[in-house]
Design a protein around this ligand. Sequence first.
Ligand code: PEP
Length: 254
Amino acid sequence: MDKQRKLIIAGNWKMNKTVPDAVELASQLQTDLGKVTELDVVVCPPFTALSEVSRVLRASTMRVGAQNMSEHPYGAFTGEIAAGMLKDLLVRYVILGHSERRQFQNETDALVNAKMKAALAAGLKPIVCVGETFSQREAGQTEQIVGDQLTGSLAGLDAEPMQESILAYEPVWAIGTGRTATPEQAQQVHAFIRGWLSRRFDDTTARRVRIQYGGSVKPGNARELMGQPDIDGALVGGASLDAHTFIEIVRNSL
Ligand code: PEP
């Protein structure tokens, strides 16, 4: 199998963990995963804990990501956080277009696209999420929906910044539901995304971009999912909130 891409496992803590709880979790992870180099390990705490988690992980190989950011560099945007502010906190990655933000904050592909460009301009690596709902899958629209999301979210992007970016295929029906896509179902969509990248950019870009799978990833299904030729890591929600479980996911992916 020609998988030369380094796996990337990221934990999305969502709106969980006070600062002391986040520090405790980061410290536990650091003890076990702080020297891992075979794959990239990233944690994405809420904004309030980014500074402290960055401090805990500073001397480790682990990296810190944010869960969202503004498309603007600064200004009168009450309650927003700019990419430059994240860089101040040693944040390297930012999740964009998560389905919860698309659903609850009405984020569109155009907004995700603007945020992605702002993230790249600031030197952050975007993790751009795409995925279909259950009814869209049932209606046979998965590739249409995912293709449209990619077209909108990656509009105007050149191959080079694309290669710095990460995509996450997250079927909405598998997020937080305990229903994981089968490795075959996930691989099918990942292969579609890689083909899409090849057509939209070029073969080199398609070969280089890492595509994570997200949706009820657990220690028990991580190995088989990561074994698929076009799955290059995982975006883990619920199972990233417990140190032991997240460590097992990373270990089972090695
Ligand atoms: C997510 O929120 O990105 C996610 C994949 O959640 P979970 O692992 O809980 O399904």
